[in-house]
Design a binder for this molecule. Structure first.
Ligand code: NAI
Ligand code: MG
Length: 343
């Protein structure tokens, strides 16, 4: 297994170290793990002015998968690393599925605690929509400034992510798929999403389907989250919905994600949903669980289903035994998870 690792900034390197610890504990002896570390992010940008040089993009592409901690720092102008590194990787490696599971664990704190039926997964489109970088500005800095960001939706891009979502719904027990959009206002993009969704639905008669406007979806994420199984949506709606999903299913410290290239033409990238958390970096307080669960997604993507399930079971057991009165540090949680897997 050739793994590229981008620890990144802030708590990134702290949580990635624990993710790799757990990976080493779970891998069967016949799988040889080779990791290459890449120094990318705020530190690198300050030192050299580089964000993601072409040679490194090319080299990252030679791996089976990428594990990323987090990048970003208040000292770097907004957008430099987000667009130049994260989005560049997603576009260059055609990560058209951004997969974000939301599952409420026993013992979870938060508004939905105690609801055992919360188990959904958001399939967010990753390469188009408002994040495609189609926009510009005129007369910047003057009272007559003009700014545009145009949402890009292609039949090809919409169809492939919707197909992925239906196939995922087919292998989950509840076999349900919800399309989230805003087709009453965003009529052009909305029409493309809806007609494509309906056409692909005809090929999946066993899947129950429904549609929600994104604003209604935010209500149901809080009031009736158990109504969701698989959700498919566009890039921006998915970004916002999944932060909400993380907040209501145990917190940002548990939320994992995969940026998938399902066709396998480039490596997929796995990362916690959270950022570099400069407010707690260096204190050892970051929860590495989101990174560990991202490692489970990585393993499943590479066909190691059994190992992925073992990690998820270890996390569930760890969460069930957590004592809110005695919080543990980053390393302690990683050690506890690795010990469960080794035992
Ligand atoms: P953030 O996710 O870094 O932090 C939000 C809050 O959640 C903070 O209070 C933080 O302490 C807490 N938190 C985050 N991860 C945690 C963990 N594992 N355990 C316990 N608490 C945790 O979001 P924020 O503050 O908006 O962004 C900070 C930097 O991260 C920015 O530069 C932003 O651009 C970047 N960022 C990078 C992402 C990535 O690399 N994919 C994603 C989101 C933000
Ligand atoms: Mg986000």
């Amino acid at each position: 297994m050739r793994l590229a690792v981008i620890p990144g900034d802030g708590i990134g390197p702290e949580v990635v170290a624990e993710g790799l610890k757990v990976l080493a504990a779970v891998l069967p002896p016949d799988v040889k793990l080779e990791t290459s570390e890449y120094d990318l992010g705020a530190r690198r940008w300050h030192a050299t002015g580089e964000v993601l040089p072409d040679a490194e993009l090319e080299s990252l592409g030679q791996h089976d998968a990428i594990l990323l901690g987090a990048i970003g720092d208040p000292s770097v102008p907004s957008g430099v690393l987000e667009r130049g590194l994260l989005l560049k990787l997603r576009f260059a490696f055609d990560h058209y599925v951004n997969l974000r599971p939301g599952k409420l664990h026993p013992n979870a704190v938060g508004p939905l605690a105690g609801n055992p039926a919360v188990d959904f997964v958001v399939v967010r489109e990753g390469t188009e929509g408002l994040y495609a970088g189609n926009g510009g500005a005129l007369r910047t800095g003057t009272p007559a400034e003009v700014a545009t960001e145009v949402s890009v939706n292609t039949a090809y891009g919409v169809e492939r992510v919707i197909r992925y979502a239906f196939e995922l719904a087919e292998v989950r027990p509840r076999r349900k798929l919800t399309l989230v959009h805003k087709d009453n206002v965003l009529v052009h993009a909305g029409n493309l999403w809806r007609t494509t969704f309906d056409a692909v639905a005809d090929e999946h008669p066993g899947i129950a389907t429904d549609y929600l406007h994104v604003d209604a979806a935010t209500i149901f994420f809080v009031t009736r989250p158990e109504r969701f199984d698989v959700i498919v949506t566009d890039n921006l709606f998915g970004d916002i919905l999944t932060d909400l999903a993380a907040a209501v299913t145990g917190g940002i410290g548990l939320a994992a994600s995969g940026n998938l290239n399902p066709a396998g033409t480039h490596p997929s990238m796995f990362e916690p949903v959270h950022g570099s958390a400069p407010d707690i970096a260096g204190t050892g307080a970051a929860d590495p669980t989101a990174t560990v669960l991202s490692v489970a997604l990585l393993l499943r993507h590479l066909g190691h289903d059994r190992e992925a399930e073992r990690i998820e079971a270890a996390v569930a057991a760890d969460l069930a035994e957590r004592d809110p009165a005695a919080p543990r540090g980053t390393e302690q949680i990683g050690d506890a998870l690795a010990a469960r897997l080794a035992g």
